[in-house]
Design a protein around this ligand. Structure first.
Ligand code: DLL
Length: 429
């Protein structure tokens, strides 16, 4: 099922020509922004030097820190009166990044969401519960308007009051839910406690944070749904940049709107299909806020083989961020690797928290792991064997010694939005 079959299946020379044309248009938008005027001048390159798509590698990168310096409206390429909405990134340090949209931007964004939701089999006959934060976070309004454009019945439930969320799914016969994968697990847990089976639910669209194949399996079996990975970032409108099709093998990236590259994060060198690196995106349709070679910080790779669904290029599930990758005693660790190990152990639940400290000049990683309700007798003292077994499995996966502390079911914090599972206390010392 396609929303815009022509654009979704565009390939070869036709695609390249369109991308080149849109790249040049994007550059002309960027040239209205003092930051880009200066960057392009310093790089000794102008729009007329870009003749083909691959000339993109001659352009300078844009980093998240560059955007912060433009706070609040320094990256807008159109007069303020043409900006019809702003969102901000969830930024954890300093000022957030402000992103702006023209009316055309909002229309393009809604179309991309409509493509994604149609791709996984949803239609105007379905009821869609949007259980993410509505507000400055792009996940709420982004999905809302895309789902409405398709004619679905949208339930803007937002986050919070999980029992009520569950009742709404039941009472309104909701077929599809959108939320973070972590919140989906919490909803699952609460529904199980309430003894409720969510029979109408068929499809889950989960994103905004890293998750794993093991977690997909968990959500699909416990909720009896098909779960799809949804990827995006505020700087590129929001969600909708890339999404899985029903093959569930990589996320199709919309190449008429985004020109993606994979680079070695250390050297900036371009990498080929199958090589893991940082995803860099140039926007091709953004009017208010064009982005040139934006370094997303997300680690993935291109999957170039043909997809049976007929759509084009895919990226692999995001494996982590180059900048929240943890370096523990010189070893690179992604929190998703820890989650993967824990989900494979029956006696533990879905929740964990990682603490990193420096003890006698050495990095120490401590992981609080919540027990599964059914495996918990009420006594944590009996569980030394299990604790050792988890440490052993983590050591095999991470090549790193960790300290595991088992904690009671329900005792760790739950997250309705993006989960924050790592507390790095090394900087405090
Ligand atoms: O998280 C947009 C979004 C909303 C995507 C709803 C999907 C669903 P930001 O708040 O700007 O935007 O955060 C973007 O979140 O660079 C990734 O590091 C991470 N991220 C987003 N989707 C995924 C995913 C939204 N499917 C940052 N897997 C990105 C892993 C993801 N990480």
């Amino acid at each position: 099922m396609f929303w815009n079959e022509e654009m979704e299946t565009l390939r070869g020379k036709k695609l390249e020509d369109l991308q080149t044309k849109r790249l040049k248009w994007t550059l002309s938008q960027a040239e209205k922004i003092p930051f880009y005027q200066e960057r392009l001048r310093a790089a000794g390159i102008s729009n007329s030097d870009i003749q083909k798509r691959d000339d993109i590698t001659r352009l300078p990168f844009t980093k998240k820190t560059d955007l912060r310096e433009g706070y609040p409206f320094g990256f807008f390429a159109v007069p303020k009166r043409d900006i019809v909405r702003i969102h901000t990134t969830s930024g954890t340090t300093g000022k957030p990044t402000v992103v702006g949209y023209t009316r055309n931007d909002l229309a393009t964004w809604a179309e991309l969401i409509a493509r994604n939701l149609t791709m996984v089999g949803l239609t105007a006959d379905d009821t869609f519960q949007n259980a993410v934060n509505y507000g400055l976070f792009t996940g709420g309004l982004g999905f809302h308007y895309g789902a409405e454009l398709m004619g679905m019945t949208v339930v803007p439930s937002a986050t919070g009051n999980t029992r009520r969320q569950i009742e709404m799914i039941q009472d309104f016969g909701v077929n599809a839910i959108h939320c973070t994968p972590g919140y989906a697990l919490h909803i699952t847990e609460v529904a199980e406690e309430m003894g409720i089976t969510l029979g109408s639910l068929r499809i889950g669209c989960f994103g905004a944070e890293a998750w794993s194949e093991t977690m997909r399996h968990e959500l699909e079996t416990r909720l009896a749904i098909d779960a799809y990975d949804s990827y995006g970032m505020s700087e590129m409108y929001g969600p909708g940049v890339a999404f899985e099709c029903t093959e569930k093998h990589g996320l199709h990236i919309w190449e008429d709107c985004y020109l993606p590259e994979i680079i070695d994060p250390a050297t900036g060198e371009t990498l080929g299909p199958g090589e893991k690196g940082e995803l860099v995106i140039t926007s091709l349709s953004k009017e208010a806020m064009p982005m040139i070679r934006y370094r997303t910080g997300d680690i993935t790779m291109f999957i170039e083989d043909e997809c049976p669904c007929g759509r084009g290029l895919r990226i692999a599930r995001i494996m982590g961020r180059s900048d929240d990758m943890l370096v523990i005693r010189g070893i690179n660790v992604f929190p998703s690797q820890i989650e993967h190990v824990l989900l494979g152990i029956a006696e533990v639940g879905d929740q964990f928290m990682v603490y990193i400290d420096r003890v006698h000049h050495l990095d120490e990683m401590t992981i609080d792991v919540e027990m599964n309700r059914s495996a918990f007798s009420g006594e944590l003292g009996d569980l030394v064997g299990l604790q050792k077994q988890i440490q052993q499995k983590l050591q095999e996966a991470l090549t790193l010694r960790t300290t595991v502390r088992l904690v009671e079911p329900g005792s760790l914090p739950r997250f309705e939005g993006k989960a924050k599972r790592v507390i790095d206390r090394r900087g405090d010392l």
